[in-house]
Design a protein around this ligand. Structure first.
Ligand code: FAD
Length: 398
């Protein structure tokens, strides 16, 4: 068995993997391999605006080859096994890649089948979700043609990417109903396992006003457990135990999420956590048992909110610390848990929630009170952040 050795191997070429590769290409080691099976790269934050009819789905995708740093060897394959003792990654195609340092950036797995009836509902066209490139345009079709009735937006339990995405979908739909004069003939229900509209009080307050403005019926402590597409019923487990059933005319669902299967069943996972997140220290992002392994982004077990904004702040920490390991120094860079969520509250309006491990606001934009609905933050979401992603972050410049 031949092993191809690299100084750094990165698993996953999404937001996190490419950003780390780009930073490494600028900083130091020549010998970096990145394993990524997909030939397409998505800027997923745009899917909210795709589902709201603001941009076409094509605006969110580019060829993976276009974002791959020139000095990175792209292994177009899927990692299936990691052996941290031998320092080796095996791919589905049978390659064995040895490494000095490994960066795990394999993103999150969408477990649609974990909710009975959800996949069937999606396949039959009855259910929408902004969580998939091919489904976000369908959400817009349904919202745009909605003639009144009950529109249910169902959140999900457990860690998942972009915790605010369900709210954004709800507010844009309600605003579209308002624009077309059908809001008064609609019951807009936001049913979510969360216990409040937002965990940070400074942002919860303006969002509560948004909920009131659209007369949204919020059902907290509600977890979607079954979809019955033929009856158009969504079944929720409530925090007190019993289930409740809502009949819908439109259903938008967020799927349950976990680390990809090969990580769940592997040696890097958090012990006793069935979702299989990679067991890293939340500040250094270094593996707790295998110091030559780092993880960032959605697959990591760091307790931050899972967003691309978090990845932007994690990538330089991982790069600094992995370079330290490569040169026998102690990893000293620390991630503070920064994450942010531009919560689209209507067409032309965004509340920008930025926070960190302290659970308090962590402002990066001076002078402007971003906890208020602002058109400037909408412009940032619509134009500024996509530019920052494609041209700066993926090139290792921010
Ligand atoms: P990804 O970007 O998903 O990349 C993971 C990569 O790993 C993929 O390319 C995949 O093909 C690859 N991979 C998987 N398995 C393997 C394997 N076995 N071997 C090799 N490669 C593998 N974030 C924000 O900051 N702001 C927002 O407003 C925002 N809104 C969002 C709205 C929606 C609807 C969604 C779905 C997400 C949103 N996000 C937002 C979240 C953001 O997109 C993710 O947090 C970010 O993409 C995480 O980066 P990642 O690299 O960890 O995962």
């Amino acid at each position: 068995m031949s092993v191809e050795h690299h100084r750094v191997v990165i698993v996953g070429g999404g937001a996190a993997g490419v950003t780390v590769a780009a930073r490494l290409a600028r900083a130091a080691p020549d010998d970096v391999a990145l394993i990524e099976p997909s030939d397409r790269h998505y800027y997923q934050p745009l899917w909210t605006l795709v589902g709201g009819g603001v941009v076409p789905a094509t605006a969110s995708v580019r060829a993976e080859a276009r974002v791959m740093p020139r000095r990175t060897r792209w292994v177009r394959d899927r990692a299936v096994e990691i052996d941290p003792d031998r320092r080796e990654v095996t791919t589905a195609g049978g390659l064995h890649l040895g490494y000095d340092v490994l960066v795990v950036a394999a993103g999150i797995q969408l477990d649609w089948d974990a909710i009975p009836g959800l996949t069937e509902g999606i396949d039959r066209g009855a259910v929408t979700s902004n969580y998939r490139f091919d489904l976000a345009p369908r959400n817009w079709q349904r919202v745009h043609s909605f003639g009144g009735g009950t529109a249910v937006f169902a959140g999900v339990a457990g860690p998942h990417k972009c915790g605010g995405a369900i709210q954004k979908a709800t507010y844009l739909a309600a605003d579209e109903f308002r624009r077309r004069g059908v809001l008064n003939a609609s019951d807009v229900v936001l049913a979510t396992p969360a216990e409040s509209i937002f965990g940070v009080p400074e942002f919860a307050e303006p969002l509560a006003k948004v909920v009131e403005r659209y007369s949204i019926d919020t059902r907290f402590g509600h977890e979607l457990v079954e979809v019955r597409p033929s009856e158009r019923e969504a079944v929720f487990k409530t925090r007190d135990g019993p289930t409740t059933t809502l009949t819908y005319d439109l259903l938008h669902a967020v799927p349950p999420q976990s680390a990809p299967d090969f990580l769940q069943s592997g040696p890097l996972a958090v012990p006793d956590d069935p979702r299989g997140w990679v067991d890293v220290d939340g500040e250094t992002l270094q593996h707790r048992r295998h110091p030559h392994v780092f993880a960032l982004g959605d697959c990591s077990g760091a307790p931050n909110a899972k967003t691309g904004a978090a990845v932007r702040k994690q990538a330089p920490i991982v790069v600094d610390n992995l370079l330290a390991v490569l040169t026998d120094r102690e990893p000293e860079a620390r991630y503070d848990g920064y994450s942010s969520c531009p919560i689209v509250t209507g067409y032309g309006k965004v509340v920008l929630a930025e926070f960190d491990y302290s659970g308090r606001p962590h402002k990066t934009i001076p002078l402007i009170d971003t906890a208020r609905e602002r058109r400037s933050m909408w412009l940032l979401k619509r134009y500024g952040l996509p530019f920052l992603y494609w041209h700066l972050m993926l090139r290792g410049r921010v």
